[in-house]
Design a protein around this ligand. Sequence first.
Ligand code: DC
Length: 225
Amino acid sequence: MISIAIDGPAGVGKSTVSKAIAKKLGFIYVDTGAFYRAIALFAVKNNIDEDNIRLYLQQISIEPKFENNLQSLYLNGEDITNQLRFEKISIMASRISAVPEVRDFLLNLQRNIALTNNVVMDGRDIGTVVLPHAAVKIFLTATTEKRAKRRYNEMIDKGEPADYNEILHNIIKRDSSDSIRKVAPLKPADDSVIIDTSEYNLKESIECVLSIINKKLKTSAKFNL
Ligand code: DC
């Protein structure tokens, strides 16, 4: 099986880029942030905070399903795919993702998917912890301001109310907590290719990532695109 790891901070466009790459390669796209968000949703719904969530993990079952290379997610049998992108869930996901038991709980789920499928997997620690032997590791970055602007435009396009300064503030807060946590912090793997997409549009970002994957897979002779 072939694994492509795509890591990077909040709002850098990992999921859009990863989805497009997975489609192009015919791999499944695995959004690991959604797994943390699913646990966050459980915590929010049941009024549990990050200090106690480890006590409830045995009550949680998370099951991803993949159709047309896209992921939907079931929490204890309920399809919760459309309940995960709210700001409250983003904040709680960042908090619970610092809990070692939560990370352990999700580790095998993520690895098992890659054992039986060709994957483009996006997250924060895919290249460093989850799939240390991934065939290609990409770390996407962009300035905080660019990421906030992209998120702002995305919300405006969807007709959602958006406040640029609030978005920027939340991105800075999440970057900081994702990077300074003790377990599996956000950082590029030593053997990853770091791509700064600040000056790229979406199409350019996708082309850049694809050309790196192409080169890497050709030289490792594991896959002929
Ligand atoms: O990519 P996202 O915004 O959906 O991720 C939600 C949160 O989950 C984010 O704050 C960090 C955490 N996360 C993580 O710690 N490790 C991953 N592999 C994916 C996400």
